[in-house]
Design a binder for this molecule. Structure first.
Ligand code: ATP
Length: 233
């Protein structure tokens, strides 16, 4: 299977403090990888280092075979790497439609993109004219994910996407992400505290501790118990 994203010996941090050390993994086409670990272990920083918001101190990031370690985040986005940040990054005063449109790189295929993404998120299709700021918290999170999917990403990085969501919305999101992967073959990295959600949609997982990978395995029936053990220590 072809490798979409390859991270090798990546290190990064803030000021003089290294928070990501020697991180390496590969993500195949249409594969979903969960990254789990306690608060403050460096999961968000890892995503930022992959995206280029944090500079790589050492190591490399390759996207579909190309070295993108020093490529700016907006250019990586054009190359198919899209990020769903932890915070609610919507344009509150713009309509749902305009927020979705901002996820597109150009208006080419706009109708087809609205149709496909609307099929995944019918709740948004009904509210295209509504101001994003007036959506419920769950709907706003759906809109952030939907906007990221407008550009049909090759690789999608999702940071704590279930945070603050009620169980029915979490279930809905996992159904949509499984469908997206099946229908357009997106590869995904899911940074998550919500273990059942992460494991239900992932093929493999990495456990992160103090900026390093301390366990990496395929998701199987014992994965949750193994991860719990790491979380306790
Ligand atoms: N802008 C920043 N400046 C300095 N240090 C930072 C900054 N952002 C994060 N850190 C530090 O880097 C370390 C890793 O933080 P990070 O947010 O990557 O962890 P995390 O595993 O994503 O945690 P959480 O699950 O709480 O979001 C922490 O010690 C944090 O205090």
């Amino acid at each position: 299977m072809s490798t979409m994203l390859e991270v090798k010996e990546l290190a990064s941090g803030y000021g003089s403090s290294e928070v990501i050390s020697n991180v390496g993994f590969a993500l195949a086409k249409a594969e979903t990888l969960a990254i789990v670990g306690k608060n403050g272990m460096g999961k968000t920083s890892l995503l930022k280092a992959i995206l280029g918001f944090l500079p790589a101190w050492r190591g490399s990031v390759r996207l579909a075979g190309k070295d993108v370690t020093r490529v700016a985040p907006h250019l990586k986005r054009k190359m198919g790497l899209v990020y769903v940040p932890q915070e609610h990054a919507l344009f509150q005063d713009l309509s749902v439609r305009d927020n979705l449109r901002l996820g597109l790189l150009s208006d080419k295929d706009i109708d087809a993109r609205f149709e496909q993404v609307g099929g995944w998120f019918p709740v948004l299709t009904k509210r295209l004219g509504q101001r994003a700021g007036t959506l419920s918290g769950g709907e706003q999170k759906m809109l952030i994910v939907a906007r990221a999917l407008m550009a049909k990403p090759d690789v999608l990085l999702l940071d704590e996407v279930t945070e603050g969501l009620q169980p029915s919305v979490v279930d809905r999101l996992s159904e949509v992400l499984v469908r997206v992967r099946r229908e357009i073959g997106t590869s995904m990295i899911v940074v998550e505290q919500h273990l059942p959600f992460a494991l239900s949609i992932s093929d493999r997982y990495l456990v992160f501790k103090r900026g390093e990978i301390v366990d990496a395995a395929t998701v199987d029936a014992d994965a949750a118990a193994r991860i719990d053990e790491h979380m306790r220590i």
